[in-house]
Design a protein around this ligand. Structure first.
Ligand SMILES: *Cc1c(COP(=O)(O)O)cnc(C)c1O
Length: 471
């Protein structure tokens, strides 16, 4: 398996292990496989009733292409998706489907330690990075910024790993008490939580500033463009397909609530690998950058507004570049020009590059968006139909899914990306009550230890000093 950069016309090539610890490629592009490995019908058949560990192992093995020894990969998958992290799942299925009505399902991706789907990728990434760092005899200091789900998922995955020290910036105001407690409880050892007296953008700017400096240029990242994360999300699409399809070979549609386009991209990769997925439906909230893109072929930056599905409040979708590369027939020179035009004009049209929204449709894509009112309605509808409570991000997918469901018997699977316990205010607004919390989340907010966050001003010097003192 050779990895190439979307912006490298010479197609130089790296190994999976090379790109695991990297963010952007040296030329500013994103890493993609030189070709998509294939899962045959026979292979899908053998996985049909296999536990998730076997599916994750088989799919990652294809995507890693022999670059990590099989027994090491097996050990990592077992560690990442262990019972202690995901609970004792029925038949080893940690990504089960909830049947809402005939041929309509929600796939639960949020049974991991921090109750959001980001655990699925982060748990595996933590194991793979630890393996690679040990092999190289290196230690990595990671500096990240979070507005919510990513920070706690990364901390839960990297906690206690001897090869990594993690510094995570978050805004002092803006995160929920629940999210703060989830992170604060993980402070200590190799995890450092830093609270910035500012907003999420200020945190991101501080990260950018330090990484641009010689002393801190080697700091690692765990953001959603990391190929290790994207590739670790493919297995749950394979599992969702196998659970929903009556027979291997039957078509299944997926609806994915999208922000940075990481989750949806992994579904696209599953389809490219030969999983018989029919439609890939992108669901956005009021931040409709992606919805417009898939309808019109015009990719236009927009300032993000705050919504009740906050993890999808984005102004651009970083992982889209990987799909654009395929739509532009893997022409790195054209892709580079396309992305540069987007970066300078904040808007670019596929039509100027010999492609159009029809090319998305040909690959199975379509899109739609939802509003706060739509989400509340979807939460109520699902509760009424099957007594299951979905979170506001899952509600974006379900709302779009109900509208897009064709009058045929092709199963539709909506990705369930968080547990409702993380967003109780919206659940209260929709249902008029809040479901009782499971034991592990009871009084979580009260468990926030004192001094769990080191507080700094929006001041790079304070950050430098803290990292120097603790790295
Ligand atoms: C991150 C996140 C999303 C969006 O996923 P992308 O991969 O960025 O498209 C959706 N829902 C929840 C709960 C998330 O945390």
């Amino acid at each position: 398996m050779k990895m190439i950069s979307t912006r490298d016309a010479a197609k130089v090539g790296w190994s999976y292990k090379d790109v695991l610890l990297a963010g952007l490629a040296p030329d500013g592009g994103l890493y993609v496989p030189s070709e998509y490995p294939q899962l045959s019908r026979a292979e899908l058949e053998t996985l049909k009733s296999a536990p998730y560990l076997d599916i994750a192992y088989a799919v990652k093995k294809k995507l890693i292409g022999g670059d990590i020894p099989d027994e090491e990969l097996r050990r990592m998958v077992e560690q990442a998706y262990s019972e202690s992290s995901f609970g004792a799942a029925e038949g080893g299925n940690i990504v089960p489907l909830v049947k809402v009505e005939e041929d309509f399902y929600v796939q639960q991706l949020s049974l991991g330690p921090t109750a959001a789907f980001k655990d699925m990728a982060m748990q595996q990434l933590g194991q793979e990075m630890d393996y690679e760092l040990k092999r190289r005899g290196e230690h990595l200091t990671i500096l990240g910024a979070t507005s919510g789900d990513t920070g706690s998922a990364a901390e839960a995955a990297f906690k206690g790993l001897g090869t990594v020290t993690l510094f995570m910036l978050s805004p002092e105001a803006g995160m929920s008490a629940f999210q703060k407690a989830q992170m604060g409880m993980l402070s200590g050892g190799n995890i450092f939580n830093i609270s910035v007296r500012g907003r999420f953008d200020d945190c991101q700017d501080l990260v950018k500033e330090l990484k641009g400096e010689e002393e801190f240029s080697k700091l690692g990242a765990v953001n959603s463009i990391n190929w290790g994360r994207i590739s670790s999300q493919v297995p749950y699409f394979v599992s969702g397909y196998l659970q929903a399809a009556a027979r291997v070979g039957d078509p299944v549609d997926f609806v994915v609530p999208s922000g940075n386009f990481g989750d949806m991209l992994s579904g696209y990769i599953a389809k490219q690998m030969g999983v018989p997925i029919r439609r890939l439906i992108v669901a956005t909230n009021e931040n409709t950058v992606l919805d417009k893109l898939f309808r019109t072929g015009v990719y236009e930056l927009a300032s993000a507004q705050v919504t009740s599905s906050p993890s999808m409040d984005i102004s651009k979708a970083s992982n889209y570049e990987r799909l654009a590369f395929d739509v532009l027939r893997r022409d790195a020179a054209a892709l580079t020009k396309y992305m540069k035009e987007f970066e300078s004009k904040k808007c670019v049209d596929l039509k100027d590059y010999g492609a159009s929204a029809d090319d998305f449709a040909a690959l199975g894509f379509s899109s739609d968006s939802s509003t706060h009112a739509n989400r509340l309605q979807a939460i109520r509808d699902v509760y009424k139909k099957c007594k299951y409570v979905i979170d506001p991000h899952t509600a974006d997918a379900v709302s779009v899914g109900f509208r897009e469901k064709k009058q045929d018997s092709v199963p539709m699977v909506c990705m369930g990306t968080a547990l409702p316990v993380k967003f109780e205010d919206t659940i209260q607004e929709a249902l008029g009550f809040i479901p009782e919390r499971s034991a592990r989340f009871k009084d979580l907010e009260k468990a926030l230890p004192e001094n769990a966050f080191h507080v700094i001003d929006i001041d790079a010097e304070q950050l430098r000093q803290y990292i120097r003192a603790n790295a």
